[in-house]
Design a protein. Structure first.
Length: 380
């Protein structure tokens, strides 16, 4: 594997700060398996489209900007390992970066639809083959920790569906992409794990197999519980599909763990957080919160923002009654428009991905708990 001079940038913001804005600022979470490429120049950069197409293309950033209709989608982009720390602490040790609850961002992305670009190239497959085909994305600009390039893929059917809103993003929040965000161009795949939203994109290939990159085939998979370590995982990697759609989830962002909170005169505190739908089953339609261990639940207010979509997160808030004292906990659970909600006890997996619930060694009688913050001190 390549010898990288330093570790890639991986960071997440304070989750209480994160939920203060519907659109995430430039300093939101960042996940990389490689160094930021330094040599890319938007004025000369090209994206190659090849594989099972009638005409191979090489498109510049100007081509993508001027020769195709520009489309905007507001969507959440979430690391598959978001909330891994909770799985690690509530269940058992996992393998991966210790993400807390802030490995997610909600942004406005603008660029041409992938389907428009593929239609320009022309798909050379018959209808039955198209149902089985994939669109692979690659960045060869910089070597990765576990491979010489970075890649991912989605199904061709998803890429070609207009309502899936897959785009080749040139802008984030109305500004040209920065290098950390994937400049000059990156793929945005709403509802799909952030690992598939390839940055610094330089190649798109229509093919009959999934992308064979390390991070598609040997990472970001929900392995069975029998895969207890790297050696045991070897016999499962080729059997388990890569993570694509992310599960419904919610997070209590305010108050933080171990906070001291002053109750209002009516004995309540205000809690805030975010919620995410399953894949394209959004929007979030309900969030419930509890301050008494799940004995009672209160429906939170879902905050409306311009640009809300079925792929965007939903910020929420609620006043809930809390008893004074230390060691208090706040719980939340979310439901999306398809009725998806979290399991009480998600299964452990070695990579700690797709965590969307709560599990303890002696689980209390709670229903569909999604997130909790613990050890809050409530004062009168």
């Amino acid at each position: 594997m390549p010898d990288l001079p330093e570790a890639p940038v991986n960071r997440e913001p304070d989750v209480a700060d994160l939920v203060q804005s519907f659109l995430t600022r430039e300093d939101g979470y960042e996940r990389n398996h490689c160094m930021h490429p330094q040599q890319l120049d938007a004025s000369t950069h090209q994206v190659e489209i090849d594989g099972a197409v009638n005409t191979s293309l090489r498109l510049s950033v100007e081509d993508l900007k001027n020769d195709f209709e520009q489309h905007t989608v507001v969507c959440a982009l979430q690391c598959a390992g978001n909330r891994r720390h909770t799985m690690r602490t509530n269940l058992k040790e996992v393998s991966g970066i210790d993400w807390f609850d802030g490995a997610v961002m909600n942004c406005k992305w603008t660029g041409p639809r992938l389907r428009d670009v593929l239609q320009r190239a022309g798909i050379s497959l018959g209808s039955s083959d198209q149902e089985q085909a994939h669109v692979a994305f690659a960045c060869y600009a910089t070597p990765c920790q576990e491979d010489m390039w970075y890649g991912a893929s989605i199904s061709l059917t998803r890429a070609m569906r207009e309502d899936m809103e897959v785009i080749l993003a040139l802008k984030m929040n109305d500004q040209p992409l920065s290098i950390p965000r994937g400049s000059p161009v990156r793929v945005i795949t709403p509802g799909i794990a952030g690992a598939r939203a390839v940055k610094w994109l330089d190649k798109i290939t229509v093919q009959m197999q999934e992308c064979q990159n390390h991070y598609m085939q040997y990472d970001y998979k929900v392995l069975p519980e029998e895969a207890v370590d790297a050696e045991a995982a070897k016999k499962f990697w080729h059997k388990v599909p890569p993570v694509q759609e992310m599960p419904v989830n919610s997070v209590v962002a305010v108050p933080n763990n171990e906070a001291t909170v002053q109750r209002d005169t009516d004995g309540t505190i205000t809690v805030q957080g975010y919620a995410l739908p399953y894949g394209d089953d959004g929007p979030i339609t309900r969030v419930d919160v509890s301050g008494d261990g799940g004995t009672s639940w209160k429906e939170a207010e879902l905050i409306h923002h311009e640009g809300d979509s079925k792929y965007s997160w939903k910020l929420w808030k609620a006043p809930i009654a809390m008893q004074a004292g230390s060691g208090q906990a706040v719980l939340s659970k979310a439901t999306d428009s398809a009725g998806n909600t979290q399991p009480d006890e998600p299964k452990w997996n070695l990579r700690g991905v797709c965590y969307n619930g709560l599990c303890t060694s002696q689980p209390p009688p709670l229903v569909n708990m999604v997130s909790r913050v613990d050890q809050i001190r409530i004062v009168t």
